[in-house]
Design a protein. Structure first.
Length: 243
């Protein structure tokens, strides 16, 4: 079955958060380095941290300790995780956040919503933090569902959070598209047997060039997604709205 034919049935789009909708590397780096410095550990450069993002905060802490090496051998990973969450929340509460919406995101989400697509975020970041970010960045208005990494489910790349989002949206996997920036998103989408997976080239992808991802298509910005996603179906919807 061709990609175009499969995508003609798409009714919902799931989005990754970090590296896809929002560039959060600066805030994650700041919170991580405050946490590391607090425990008298070496800090990491933002470019290093970008390559560690993915699979959730526990993985970020674990990878950071591995990157630091021998100096971190006696570190308490759970304490670091708790303190990271504390510092990350403080950054937001004190208005010091540097997170930004990637170009084209708001335009793309608004157009998809106008065409009648159901939209959701599926992230390994905690749901509460994700909701706060989406609200502060002005994106929550387009999201019907937000599934976080602390929702009592398996984390991506396991398919469970994607399938949970589909269930909450009331759509089937074959009616759903995933948009992300990493192999984690691609693997999860394939395992969930979604209609397809689209990737953006500007994200984190655990330090590997996102353009190497085995996805169905790339879009330069999310503003390109409405016209890339089944143009014929979109034309039909527009015609129906005009009647």
């Amino acid at each position: 079955m061709s990609t175009e034919h499969r995508w003609s049935a798409v009714r919902a789009v799931l989005f990754d958060l970090d590296g896809t909708l929002l560039d959060t590397a600066a805030d994650i780096t700041l919170a991580l380095n405050l946490t590391l410095a607090e425990q008298h550990l070496p800090t990491l450069a933002r470019n290093e941290v970008r390559g560690l993002i993915g699979r959730g905060t526990p993985a970020l802490v674990e990878r950071s300790l591995e990157r630091i090496g021998a100096a971190a051998s006696a570190a308490d990973a759970q304490l670091l995780l708790d303190r990271f969450h504390h510092h990350y929340e403080c950054i937001h509460e004190q208005g010091e956040m540097q997170a930004r919406v990637y170009p084209g995101v708001a335009r793309g989400l608004d157009a998809l919503h106008a065409f009648g697509f159901l939209l959701a975020v599926v992230t390994n970041k905690p749901r509460g933090t994700s909701m706060q970010l989406l609200t502060r960045m002005g994106l929550i208005q387009w999201m019907q569902v937000v599934v976080g990494g602390d929702s009592g489910l398996q984390r991506k790349p396991h398919p469970q959070p994607l399938l949970t989002a589909c269930a909450q949206l009331g759509v089937g996997a074959a009616e759903t598209l995933m948009v992300g920036d990493s192999q984690i998103d691609v693997t999860a989408a394939r395992a969930a047997e979604l209609a397809g997976v689209v990737c953006v080239p500007y994200g984190y992808n655990e330090g590997v060039d996102p353009r190497t991802l085995p996805c169905d298509a790339f879009i330069e910005t999310l503003g390109d997604l409405p016209t890339a996603l089944v143009p014929r179906a979109l034309e039909e919807r527009q015609a129906g709205q005009a009647d």
